[in-house]
Ligand binder design. Structure first.
Ligand code: GDG
Length: 476
C-alpha cells in the first residue's frame, strides 16, 4: 500500500483521547494517518534564531511526525503575515482587515520553499502527497519544481472567496496557478468549488471539462467538494463516557433548571461572536418572559493573539458581554457566561450534551466542526437544537438545523426563541436526520473519498507537466 504523506502548517502530535490539544484539523489528520502508514510533516510551532534545516522525527500512537522549527522572520512574514493577515481575512470576505505587504508574500514563498527542501528527500515514488490548507498553496508547485511526479492533492479548509475579492490580492494569478500543479484540489462545499471555478473561467481564461476537471495555465486539475466530518462514533462515545459525565453534571447543577444556549469557537472574527451576543441581547429585550429562564455559555478560546485584529476582538467581546451582563444581571442570575479557558475534549463533549441550544453562527466558515460535534454529543432521548448559519459550509449538509442569517439579529433571536420552545418530538426528529448525516459523512469517509479521487486522478495520467518549472514570485 502507498504511504500517505500529510503536510500541514502546524503539526500537533496525536494526543491521547480526550486531550485538550487536538483541534478539528489535528483530529482529522491523526485519523487519516492511523489507517495509512505514512508521515505527518510540518512546522513544530517553535521558533529558532536562524533556520537550521534540522528535522525532528518521532512516532506517536502509530503516526510518524516530522517537524522543523522556523526562524522568527519566517513566523512573522509567513504565518502571522501572509497566512493570518492576508489570506485568512481575504478568504473570509474581510477585505477591510486584509493586509497586503510585499514582505509577507516573500516570507510565504520562502517558507513554502523550505517545506519543499525538507520534505522532498523523504518522499518515495509511490507516496501519496496530501497538502493541507491555505498556508501551503504553493507547496505542490515547489515539490514539482524539485522533480516529484507523485500523486499530489491539496485540501482547502477555509472558504474560497468570490472572484471579486480574490482580485484584490496582488499576484492572485500566481496563487491560483499554483493549485494547478496538484492532481486534485478539494473544497468543503460545491459553493467554494464553484467560486474557484468562476475565477478559473473568468480570470484565468480556463475551461471546465465535462468530467469535472478544469484546465488553465496549460494544466489540468480536478476541483471537487469533499465535506469534512468528525469521528462521529468516537465523539458520541466520548460524550457518554464517565470523564464527560463530570462536566455534564457540573453544568446541569449550575443550570438550576434554566435552559442553556451554547457557543464554542476559536476566538476569531469570522465566527460572528459579537453578532451572536447582540442577537442574544435582542432576545432578552424582546422576551421579558425569558429573563432568568435562560443563559448563554460562550466559550471562545484564544488563537493568533499576535495579530492586532484578534487583540481588538478580545477587548470588544469582553466589553460587550460585560455591558449586557451589567444591564440584565440580577444578584442570582447572569445572562452571559463569557469563558476563554481551553477545555479538554471530554469536558467539552459533556458541555455540548448539557446544552439545550447550540449557536453556531459564523459570518463565513469553511465547514465548522462544532456543529457536528454538538450533534454527535446529544442524548438521543432528549437532544438539543442546533441553530446554524447559512454561511457555514456545514449548512449545505445540515438542513435540519434551524438555518439563520447571522447578520440579522432579528433572524437569530427568532431562531433562539423557536429552539428554546421546540417540542420534544420535533427535536428528536431533526436530531435523528442530522445524526444520520454526521455518522455517514464522517472523517473516515472524507479521507477515503479524497484519497480515492487522488489515486484515480493521478492514474488517469492526463496531466502534461513541463519538465522545468520556473521559480514563482510572491513579492507583489
Ligand atoms: C478550520 C475551518 C473547518 C474549540 N474550543 C475548544 C476546542 N475547540 C475545537 C472544537 C473543534 C475545533 O476546535 C474548531 O473547529 P472548527 O471547524 O469549528 O473551526 P476552525 O478551527 O476555524 O477550523 C473550519 C475546519 O478547519 C476543518 O476543516 O471546519 O471551517 O475554519 O473541533 O471542538 N477543543 C478543545 N477545547 C476547547 O476549549 N479541546
Amino acid at each position: 500500500m502507498s504511504r500517505l504523506i500529510v503536510i500541514s502548517n502546524r503539526v500537533t502530535p496525536p494526543a491521547p483521547e480526550g486531550a485538550a490539544s487536538q483541534g478539528g484539523l489535528a483530529m482529522a489528520i491523526s485519523a487519516a494517518l492511523r489507517e495509512y502508514s505514512g508521515i505527518w510533516f510540518g512546522w513544530s510551532g517553535q521558533s529558532t534564531p536562524e533556520f537550521t534545516g534540522t528535522l525532528n522525527t518521532q512516532t506517536v500512537n502509530g503516526v510518524t511526525v516530522a517537524t522543523m522549527d522556523l526562524e522568527d522572520q519566517d513566523i512573522e512574514e509567513y504565518y502571522n503575515g501572509y497566512a493570518n493577515r492576508t489570506l485568512w481575512p481575504l478568504f473570509h470576505y474581510r477585505i477591510d482587515l486584509t493586509q497586503y505587504e510585499r514582505s509577507f508574500g516573500e516570507g510565504y514563498a520562502r517558507v513554502n520553499a523550505r517545506f519543499a527542501d525538507m520534505l522532498a528527500p523523504l518522499i518515495e515514488p509511490d507516496d501519496l502527497i496530501w497538502v493541507q490548507d491555505y498556508h501551503l498553496i504553493p507547496l505542490g508547485r515547489e515539490l514539482r519544481a524539485r522533480g516529484l511526479k507523485n500523486a499530489m492533492g491539496f485540501f482547502l479548509h477555509i472558504p474560497w472567496p468570490a472572484r471579486e475579492l480574490i482580485l484584490t490580492l496582488p499576484r492572485h494569478r500566481q496563487l491560483v496557478e499554483s493549485l494547478f500543479h496538484y492532481d486534485v484540489v478539494g473544497f468543503h462545499t460545491e459553493e467554494w468549488k464553484n467560486a474557484f471555478l468562476s475565477y478559473v473561467l473568468h480570470d484565468a481564461n480556463g475551461m471546465a471539462l465535462s468530467d469535472g476537471r478544469a484546465t488553465a495555465f496549460g494544466r489540468t486539475v480536478l476541483p471537487k467538494a469533499f465535506p469534512i466530518g468528525i469521528d462521529a462514533q468516537g465523539f458520541a462515545a466520548l460524550a457518554a463516557a464517565p470523564e464527560a459525565q463530570e462536566s455534564y453534571k457540573r453544568i446541569i447543577e449550575s443550570k438550576a433548571r434554566r435552559k442553556m444556549l451554547l457557543g464554542v469557537d476559536r476566538l476569531d472574527y469570522s465566527k460572528g461572536i459579537d453578532e451572536r451576543l447582540l442577537a442574544f441581547e435582542r432576545l432578552l429585550s424582546e422576551s421579558p418572559d425569558l429573563l432568568r429562564e435562560i443563559f448563554l455559555l460562550q466559550i471562545s478560546t484564544y488563537t493568533r493573539s499576535e495579530v492586532e485584529a484578534y487583540q481588538d476582538m478580545i477587548a470588544r467581546l469582553d466589553a460587550l458581554s460585560g455591558r449586557i451582563n451589567g444591564a440584565y444581571a440580577e444578584m442570582d442570575w447572569i445572562p452571559i457566561r463569557n469563558v476563554h479557558r481551553l477545555h479538554a475534549r471530554d469536558e467539552l463533549a459533556g458541555i455540548y450534551r448539557a446544552a439545550d441550544v447550540a449557536l453556531v453562527t459564523p459570518l463565513r466558515d469553511g465547514m465548522n466542526l462544532v456543529a457536528k460535534e454538538f450533534i454527535a454529543a446529544q442524548d438521543e432521548a432528549d437532544p438539543g437544537v442546533l441553530v446554524l448559519s447559512r454561511f457555514a459550509g456545514a449548512a449545505a449538509q445540515m438542513g435540519d438545523a434551524l438555518i439563520v442569517n447571522p447578520f440579522s439579529q432579528e433572524d437569530v433571536a427568532d431562531a433562539m426563541r423557536r429552539a428554546l420552545s421546540m417540542p420534544i418530538e420535533e427535536r428528536r426528529k431533526r436530531w435523528r436526520t442530522l445524526m444520520d448525516g454526521v455518522e455517514r459523512d464522517d472523517v473516515m469517509a472524507w479521507r477515503d473519498s479524497f484519497v480515492a479521487a487522488l489515486k484515480e486522478a493521478h492514474a488517469s495520467g492526463q496531466k502534461r507537466r513541463p519538465a522545468r518549472i520556473a521559480a514563482a514570485r510572491w513579492d507583489g
